[in-house]
Design a protein around this ligand. Structure first.
Ligand code: XMP
Length: 517
């Protein structure tokens, strides 16, 4: 793989994704890894990410200098560029000149293999206080800006390159090109990593892991569990049984999509557990968000364990015990739980990945190295209907945490209608690609006065929470076109009798989380 060394900014994941978009497999590694550990991954190239520190500050994140002696082509970005300069004998200084945001960079000479063929002037996205004051010996300066004479450098012989700006962000006009030039032209890597190859490789791996044993999978209706289940099914066919718990907190049409469209397109053997009454029974009278989450998580496990017992008994009778459980764990989860020291528990997330460890199964996690958009691409390649792979992320506790106040069947029905209208209009307006998700939240304990026809109404408001995000860790509210907002508002207030007001949430994350509970 291409190893992306993480210096602690949120840019490292983005870099890893851009590398994959260029058709080359990449993995993240913390900057604390030693040269031997890095070499053990057999990297074809290394990219050093940006970071929030100054290289000469005491305790600044550093890199084992032996990494530069491995003979592996390396690209330094922002902080990584400065780490590289310092390690190889250049100079990093704080000149008091800072650059933030859009900046003009001019090529020096022909820009070398990294920037060659690009316009003499380009718009790049900067975020730095320090700068490389002097390039190391043997390095050529490839670009400069008004404030930063050494904004990019390269040593073609060693295949070491660096840029002060952030090529991984879309605001850098030729950013992706810089990454591609490094990978394809400087290092000479082919663009051969794609959904088709990932499927073939994973199917092979899953077969080796599972052999002839049986395996079960919990389907949530979401993208991740749908794709991981389909992958495992492709690998081992009917050795797999999928379990879908209908807890009554699902969106409109969701159960039908899973039971019909998903099963038809994948051929997966599916068992649905009817658990609406049980869930709603336990949720009666509960308004505290964390308590709701705990109840839903707990009941999910109970429902799952019930079917599991039956399945185990059946499998035993046939002499092929169930040994494996499929989980739709994604790469960001893996990275975060590895490097999440000291992260606060903001919300106790529950999903099908929240099954307890004492379930006594070995896990099958075919999406462990993948990002969400890659999972979608694989789902499409596997023929899963667009309504499922293109679907917005949906929390495990479902609509249960989108009703502020007690969760009841009647309130769920109201919210389901409003949510379906919002989703339908967003899709119709072609906005699915632009938003990350748009929760619709029912303020069930709030009422406001309205007028409809010639009568007074006293109904509930719903909140639209459209957000744009790369990874749900941070998000901004999406500036949806007014006519789309207006259409959604008109339809909801006309078609859902109990709702007489639609309001828009214009809070970024942080400080607001995406969901209201
Ligand atoms: P928050 O509200 O924490 O949400 O900003 C971040 C992302 O996570 C989703 N979410 C969940 N997903 N189980 C899940 O699988 C959960 O319990 C859960 N809670 C929130 C949320 O929809 C958003 O995409």
């Amino acid at each position: 793989p291409v190893l992306v060394v993480d210096f602690g900014a949120q840019y490292a994941q983005l870099i890893a994704r851009r590398v994959r978009e260029a058709g080359v497999f990449s993995e993240l590694i913390p900057h604390t890894a030693t040269a031997e550990e890095i070499a053990a991954h057999d990297p074809v190239a290394i990219i050093l990410s940006g970071g929030p520190s100054s290289v000469y500050e005491p305790g600044a994140p550093s890199l084992d200098p032996k990494v530069f002696e491995l003979g592996v082509p390396t690209l330094g970005i922002c902080y990584g560029f400065q780490v590289m300069a310092q390690a190889l004998g250049g100079e990093v200084a704080n000149t008091g000149l800072r650059e933030y945001g859009a900046t003009d960079a001019a090529l020096v000479g022909d820009g070398g293999v990294l920037l060659g063929g690009q316009p003499a002037d380009q718009n790049v996205w900067m975020s730095h206080g320090d700068q490389v004051a002097k390039a190391p010996e043997g390095f050529q300066v490839l670009a400069s800006t008004a404030a930063t004479p050494v904004a990019a450098f390269g040593n073609a012989e060693k295949c070491f390159y660096g840029v002060q700006w952030h090529p991984e962000v879309k605001h850098s006009d030729y950013g992706q090109k810089v990454i591609e030039n490094f990978l394809h032209k400087a290092v000479g890597l082919p663009a051969d990593w794609n959904a088709g190859n990932v499927i073939a490789e994973q199917v092979e791996r899953i077969r080796q892991q599972i052999g002839s044993a049986r395996v079960i999978s919990a389907l949530s209706g979401g993208v991740d569990s749908a794709v991981s289940t389909a992958l495992v099914h492709k690998a081992v066919g009917d050795q797999l049984t999928a379990v879908f718990v209908d807890h009554g907190l699902l969106r409109k049409g969701e159960r039908e999509q899973v039971e019909k469209d998903y099963v038809e397109s994948t051929g997966v053997r599916l068992i649905t557990v009817e658990a609406e009454d049980v869930f709603l029974g336990h949720l009666a009278g509960v308004t505290d968000p964390e308590e709701k989450r705990k109840i839903i998580g707990r009941e999910f496990i109970r429902a799952f364990e019930k079917v599991q017992k039956d399945l185990i008994a059946e499998a035993k009778a046939e002499g092929e015990p169930i040994k494996f459980l499929v989980q739709g764990t994604l790469y960001p989860d893996v990275v975060e739980s590895g490097g999440g020291a000291g992260t606060a528990n903001i919300k106790s997330h529950h999903n099908v990945g929240g099954l307890p460890e004492d379930l006594d199964f070995e896990l099958v996690e075919p999406l462990r190295t993948l990002f969400k958009d890659e999972v979608r691409a694989i789902g499409r390649e596997l023929g899963i209907p667009e309504a499922i792979v293109g679907r917005q992320p949906f929390p495990g506790p479902g609509l249960g945490i989108r009703i502020i106040g007690e969760v009841t069947r009647e309130r769920l029905d109201i919210l389901r209608e409003a949510d379906a209208i919002a989703r339908e209009e967003l899709t119709k307006a072609g906005l699915d690609g632009e938003i990350w998700q748009c929760p619709v939240v029912l303020l069930a304990d709030v009422r406001s006065v309205g007028v409809q026809g010639d009568g007074r109404t006293y109904g509930h408001p719903v909140v639209l929470r459209p957000v744009s995000s790369e990874d749900a860790m941070t998000a901004d509210w999406t500036r949806l076109p007014y006519d789309v907002l207006s259409k959604i508002s008109n339809r909801i207030t006309n078609e859902v009798r109990e709702i007489n007001r639609v309001v828009l949430d214009v809070t970024s994350k942080p400080p607001g989380t995406i969901e209201w509970e």
